[in-house]
Design a protein around this ligand. Structure first.
Ligand code: S3P
Length: 171
């Protein structure tokens, strides 16, 4: 149980909170999307466009496999990582899985102008966000050891909340 894994929908703050949390705990930080971008030499949007979502999802699983020896990392993940049972299983073995969540309204306002989320490049972003949130709700809840509402809170407060809820001192 030597890592902290952040899961949750797009726009719930996984990357920003992950960086701050790793600084606070003196852990290293990685983001599974960034690993994939480096491996493929292209952006997540380009991977979706040129190779397709099934390829991206397999790459996500292969990426988690490469983390099995990691220790003292905060690992931020892509919002769809919970869609595969085997991913959830592997993430739980890596450490404490913390779900960051927010109200649909907050997510919509944070992602309103985002152009780097291939799943949200549709006319009605709000409807799409609500639709995907509903589809994924049970996956997130199944994967999470702990859950943190990030709506209307400062990053500092969210980091403190995470540190306080961990069952053992991680520092
Ligand atoms: C996705 C979320 C994205 C990225 C890809 C797919 C998803 O990551 O992995 O666009 O399926 O929810 P973030 O959650 O970091 O935006």
């Amino acid at each position: 149980m030597s890592n902290i894994i952040l899961i949750g929908f797009m726009g719930t703050g996984k990357t920003e909170i992950g960086r701050r949390l790793s600084d606070f705990l003196d852990y290293s930080f990685i983001d599974t999307d960034s690993i994939m971008e480096n491996v493929e030499g292209m952006s997540i949007s380009a991977i979706f466009k040129e190779k397709g979502e099934p390829y991206f999802r397999n790459l996500e699983t292969e990426t988690i496999k490469t983390l099995s020896d990691y220790s003292k990392f905060v690992i931020s993940t892509g919002g769809g990582i919970v869609l595969k049972e085997e991913n959830i299983f592997m993430l739980k073995k890596l450490g404490y899985v913390i779900l960051l969540y927010a109200t649909p309204e907050v997510i919509v306002s944070r992602l309103r102008f985002a152009t780097d989320r291939p799943l949200l490049q549709v006319e009605d972003k709000e409807m799409k966000i609500k639709e995907i949130l509903a589809q994924r709700d049970s996956f997130y809840n199944k994967a999470a050891d702990f859950k943190i509402d990030t709506s209307n809170k400062t990053p500092e407060d969210i980091v403190k909340e995470i540190v306080n809820l961990l069952p053992i001192p991680m520092k």
